[in-house]
Design a protein around this ligand. Structure first.
Ligand code: NDP
Length: 246
């Protein structure tokens, strides 16, 4: 039986647990070969076991996204082996610490900006030619409601997600009229993951949606037939939102 993403290649960052793990599994279930990126080898191996058990395939890439040269090498390796990239999911992210702006350690600020923003810029820089070579390159990046709330003490994370949204919207504008690449964002809302537990330690996780619930909307945005670009899918309201025109 033909599957939705048979013969397609996808990069998923942050695939060792949480949202990225579920999305990688969902893509492989639909026939895509997944290049799964994270630092935790055990998490990637668990994913590989699950994907193999369902007859799918993936390539494990243990990689620290703060190693920007390694991101360049990733693009070169994909080019040499496959010559193109159909889909990318920029999901890896860090919460950092919750703190008043004036008390944030510069190291903490820089680390969150490096993973949530700079790594995604470096991924686009490295993978853009491969997405453009595919028939219908699709990219989805995972943002957060924090990008717009400017909640006290959430400064590092909020700034990083606002910057990520600007990065992706700009890239979407640049690709909208020069080929078939489409780039969009998703706001998951609160999800039952390690990051959420760190942010809200008193919360009972079972009341939150499981990250597998995000698989369907993310896969829909990765379809060649999904022609929107520069939009944000807000999972809590199930709305595809446009950003206000400048
Ligand atoms: P988790 O903490 O469960 O997973 C984060 C993933 O990012 C892990 O796979 C982790 O892998 C990876 N990662 C972090 N730092 C690096 C790094 N330096 N190099 C490579 N990989 C890295 O979080 P979630 O699944 O909850 O978060 C996924 C995305 O969803 C994030 O962008 C987050 O901001 C966003 N989000 C989550 C919400 C929620 O409620 N959970 C709400 C709104 C947005 P490893 O540690 O193995 O490297």
């Amino acid at each position: 039986m033909t599957k939705r993403f048979d013969g397609k290649l996808a990069v998923v960052t942050g695939a060792s647990r949480g949202i990225g793990y579920q999305v990688a599994k969902g893509l492989a279930k639909e026939g895509a070969h997944v290049i799964a990126i994270a630092r935790t080898v055990g998490g990637l191996e668990d994913l590989d076991d699950e994907i193999q058990a369902m007859g799918g395939s993936m390539t494990l890439v243990p990689l620290d996204l703060m190693d920007f040269d390694a991101i360049d090498r990733l693009g070169a390796s994909i080019y040499e082996r496959w010559g193109k990239l159909d889909m990318m999911v920029g999901n890896a992210g860090l919460l950092g610490i919750l703190s008043p702006i004036g008390h944030i350690d510069p190291k903490d600020f820089e680390e969150v900006m490096a993973v949530n923003v700079t790594a995604n810029y470096r991924l686009l820089r490295s993978l853009d030619p491969l997405l453009r070579t595919a028939d219908a390159g699709r990219a989805v990046f995972v943002s957060s409601g924090a990008a717009h709330k400017c909640k006290p003490y959430w400064g590092i994370y909020s700034v990083s997600k606002a910057a990520l949204e600007t990065l992706v919207r700009t890239y979407a504008g640049e690709t909208a009229t020069t080929g078939d690449v489409r780039a969009n964002l998703i706001n998951p809302g609160p999800m039952r993951t390690a990051m959420r537990a760190k942010a809200m330690p008193g919360e009972y996780p079972e009341v939150l949606p499981h990250p597998s619930e995000l698989v369907a909307p993310i896969l829909d945005m990765l379809e060649p037939g999904f022609d929107e670009t520069g939009k944000l899918y807000d999972f809590p309201t199930r709305e595809l939102r446009s950003f206000p025109a400048a």
